[in-house]
Write a protein that binds this ligand. Sequence first.
Ligand SMILES: C[S@@+](CC[C@H](N)C(=O)[O-])C[C@H]1O[C@@H](n2cnc3c(N)ncnc32)[C@H](O)[C@@H]1O
Length: 324
Amino acid sequence: MRLFDVRVAVRDGNLVRSPYQTRAVFRRVLGLIARKRAADTWLARRLRRPLQSASSSTPEALHYKRLEKEWQDRVGADMLDVPHDQPGALAVYERQFERLFAVLDLAPEGPIVEVGCGKGHFLERLREARPRWRRLLVGRDVSRAVMSLPPAGLAGCMADGEFLPLRGGSAAAVLFAGSLHHLIDYAAALREAVRVVRPGGLVVVYELLTSWFSHAMHRLLDPIVFRFCGAYASPIDMRYKKDFREAVVAGVLREQSVSLAKATHTDFLAYPLTGCYAGSVFGRDRCLMERLLAAEERIQRLPVLGAVGRALAWRFTLVGVKAP
Ligand SMILES: C[S@@+](CC[C@H](N)C(=O)[O-])C[C@H]1O[C@@H](n2cnc3c(N)ncnc32)[C@H](O)[C@@H]1O
């Protein structure tokens, strides 16, 4: 099966035709990139209505928080292992983790806290990758998944990311890796992270990019990637993800006297094909994913194609340093 020939797909090991026509999909993708570039101009950004995160104390938000906890306990917790069980997806996640390890190397001495840590896959890998560190690695999550941390020798307890049971200034870094968009009032969660971090410490956000562009891309690509497996979508994903914005994250951090040391857009080739926590046929193939990752790195360094790659990116990383 050729990677970009979306007319064919695999079902039960056989090639079948999908209703998507290659040329039509590519024309649509090019149109979307052009529209996105127009929407990203200085004038368009100035004219746009500023977005904010929703309040988490309305009856609707409280209802969704309850639904989210139930879903994460019953369904989400088991799905967290999927990318770690698929060799190709694992290669992609390992690469993402390595980039975050390099960021955390810049943190001052002290504990590292991951909010929305799930089963602690990231923290476990961090401990393996940095065996000389004597730091405390701490995980917080609303789901029962966090119960996997203490048996693995990591400090974990159930907590809502909007209200961290941690002393102000006690952490060297607070990390959100794919969890911040699950917090309805993500601005409040960021303020809470800044409170917990000590002066000179880091707030690291590695999150999905959402915009009308990413929604259109998802509508186009999800039926292909998710054709043979389910999708990972929690109640809050379905109701609030569309309101999650990198610009709001950056704005809240600046308001809190956190200077932004790094902002990158990545993951446009390999990661979208992993199917994330739902898995995908592509995620099973380590060789394919390693080639895509290598291609992605080469493309990122090129002037024009690199810009196209960044326009198609699925993830952003923001690294904030709290004022000393
Ligand atoms: C997409 S998963 C990411 C998990 C983990 N970072 C990983 O990479 O395996 C999102 C996590 O956020 C957690 N979460 C959802 N709402 C939360 C909240 N209000 N406070 C803390 N964690 C939350 C979920 O339980 C889930 O484990």
